[in-house]
Write a protein that binds this ligand. Structure first.
Ligand code: NAP
Length: 410
C-alpha cells in the first residue's frame, strides 16, 4: 500500500476522498482485524498511514520514534515509514484546534465539559487546556479519579460554558440519540460535536434551538487529514486548500431542502437546481405516493390527513439521512417539528417565499384546491416556514433565477 487509513471498520470514512483531492498519492481504506494488526505493523508494507478506531494506542509499540505531542496525548493517528523506520505523530490535536478556532466558540477562561474518555476526549482535553480554559471536566459513564458521572455533570456543573461531545452518541445510524440533555445548562455558549455523520447531530440541533452556537467535527476531519498529508509529503499545504476541500466535502454531504406553500415551485426549482449542481433530486410527495401505492388525493380521502402526515414523517426521516441531495418537500412537511429536525440533520432548509396572490389552486392538492383554502393555509403556515428555514428566498419569475438565488447561499 502507498498511503491509506487503517481501522477495524471503515464503511463511512471520508478520508480517501479528502486525501485524493490533494492529488499527491493514492489512498486506500484498509480494514485490519485485531488479529492481523501485528502482521500489518511488522511487515510495514506502506509509505504512510492514518490510524483510526481502535488502533490509535495499539500501534505505538511498533513505532521507532514518536512525536512529543503524540506521546503526551497517548495516541497516534499518523505513521510514516522512512526506509523501515516508523515515525508516529498525532494530527488530531491540530485538527481539533483548527475546528475550535473555526467554530468561533470562546474557550479561554471558560468552563468546559468533555463527554467521553476515549482517544478523542484525551485530545480534546489537551487542546482545550492549551487554549486556556479556566476548567476542563471529563464526563464518563463510569466515574473515576479523572472523570465525573453524567449525574454529577447535570447536578454540579450546570454553569458550564461549553460542552464538547467526544463520544459516538448521535452518530449515524443512531441519529436520534444525544449524549446529554441541555435543558438546564443556562450558561452555555457553545457545543462542539466531533461527529460529522450526520452533519448536525441531535445535540447540535438541541443547542441551536436554544440559540447556542454548535459546530460539527467535519472541519477537524479535514484539517487533521491535511496535517497528515503535510507529514507524508514534507510539503506545506495552505489554509485555502484546507478550506476548499472542507467546502467541497460539505457540499457533497449536505442536502438542499426546499420548503414552502403548495404551488410555490419547490419541485421545479429543485429539479433545476439538482441538474445545475449535478446532484440527485427527490420529492417527498413522490416518495409517499410510491410507499403508499396510491395518489395523495386517494390517501387523504381513504385514510385522512393524520395517516398521510405519519407516512410523510416516515419518508422525511429516510430522506433526511441522504447526502448531497436536493429534497423538495410537500407543503405541510414542516408542520411537525420533528420533521424539521430530520431535514436539518444533513440539510440546509430554504423557504421558497412566493406571494400568496401567485399561488394557483390545483385538484391534486387536497388542502390547496381552492383559492380561499390557499389563503387560509398561507396565514397559518407562513410563520412556520420562516421558523423552519435556515434561509428564505423570494421566488423569481423563472426557476433558473430562483435556483441561482439559492446557489448564492451555498
Ligand atoms: P472511543 O475511543 O470509542 O471513545 C469514545 C468514548 O465515548 C468512550 O471512551 C466512552 O466513554 C464514550 N462512549 C462510547 N459509547 C458510548 C455510549 N453508548 N454512550 C455514552 N458514551 C459512550 O472513540 P474515539 O476514538 O474517542 O472517538 C469518539 C468519536 O469521535 C467517534 O464518534 C469518532 O467518529 C469521532 N471522531 C471524530 C474525528 C473528527 O475528525 N471529527 C476524529 C476522531 C474521532 P465512557 O465509557 O467513559 O463514557
Amino acid at each position: 500500500m502507498d498511503h491509506g487509513l487503517i481501522g477495524e471498520h471503515l464503511p463511512h470514512s471520508f478520508s480517501k476522498e479528502i486525501h485524493e483531492k490533494l492529488g499527491y498519492y493514492g489512498y486506500e481504506l484498509c480494514e485490519v482485524s485485531r488479529d492481523d494488526l501485528h502482521r500489518f505493523m511488522t511487515e510495514r508494507d506502506f509509505r504512510g498511514i492514518n490510524v483510526t478506531i481502535p488502533y490509535k494506542e495499539a500501534v505505538i509499540p511498533y513505532l521507532h520514534e514518536i512525536s512529543d505531542r503524540a506521546k503526551k496525548i497517548g495516541a497516534v493517528n499518523t505513521v510514516v515509514n522512512k526506509n523501515g523506520v516508523l515515525y508516529g505523530d498525532n494530527t488530531d490535536y491540530g485538527g481539533m484546534t483548527a475546528l475550535i478556532l473555526k467554530s468561533g466558540i470562546e474557550i479561554k477562561g471558560k468552563k468546559v465539559l468533555i463527554l467521553g474518555t476515549g482517544g478523542t476526549a484525551k485530545t480534546a482535553h489537551a487542546v482545550i487546556s492549551d487554549l486556556g480554559a479556566a476548567s476542563v471536566i471529563t464526563v464518563s459513564r463510569t466515574k473515576s479519579d479523572t472523570a465525573i458521572s453524567y449525574g454529577e455533570a447535570v447536578s454540579l456543573h450546570l454553569d458550564a460554558d461549553v460542552i464538547l461531545n467526544a463520544t459516538p452518541v448521535g452518530m449515524f445510524p443512531s441519529t436520534d440519540a444525544a449524549p446529554i440533555s441541555l435543558d438546564s445548562f443556562n450558561n452555555l455558549l457553545g457545543v462542539i460535536d466531533v461527529i460529522y455523520n450526520p452533519l448536525n447531530t441531535r445535540l447540535m440541533l438541541d443547542a441551536r434551538e436554544r440559540g447556542i452556537k454548535a459546530e460539527n467535527g467535519l472541519y477537524m476531519l479535514v484539517a487533521q487529514a491535511i496535517l497528515a498529508a503535510e507529514i507524508f509529503t514534507g510539503k506545506k499545504i495552505s489554509a485555502e486548500i484546507t478550506n476548499r476541500i472542507y467546502r467541497d466535502i460539505l457540499q457533497k454531504k449536505q442536502n438542499i431542502v426546499l420548503v414552502g406553500m403548495p404551488g410555490s415551485g419547490k419541485s421545479t426549482v429543485g429539479k433545476t437546481l439538482a441538474a445545475e449542481l449535478s446532484m440527485p433530486f427527490v420529492d417527498t410527495d413522490e416518495l409517499i405516493v410510491k410507499k403508499a401505492g396510491m395518489e395523495i388525493t386517494e390517501i387523504f380521502s381513504r385514510f385522512g390527513e393524520e395517516y398521510f402526515r405519519d407516512l410523510e414523517s416516515e419518508v422525511i426521516k429516510e430522506a433526511g439521512l441522504l447526502n448531497g441531495t436536493v429534497i423538495s418537500t410537500g407543503g405541510g412537511a414542516v408542520l411537525r417539528r420533528k420533521n424539521v429536525n430530520e431535514l436539518k440533520k444533513n440539510g440546509k432548509i430554504f423557504f421558497l417565499d412566493r406571494p400568496v396572490s401567485e399561488l394557483i389552486p390545483t385538484d391534486d392538492r387536497p388542502l390547496a384546491d381552492k383559492k380561499e383554502k390557499i389563503e387560509a393555509l398561507y396565514g397559518v403556515r407562513y410563520p412556520i416556514y420562516c421558523a423552519a428555514a435556515d434561509i428564505t428566498v423570494g421566488v423569481s419569475e423563472t426557476p433558473e433565477n430562483t435556483a441561482d438565488a439559492i446557489k448564492r447561499f451555498l
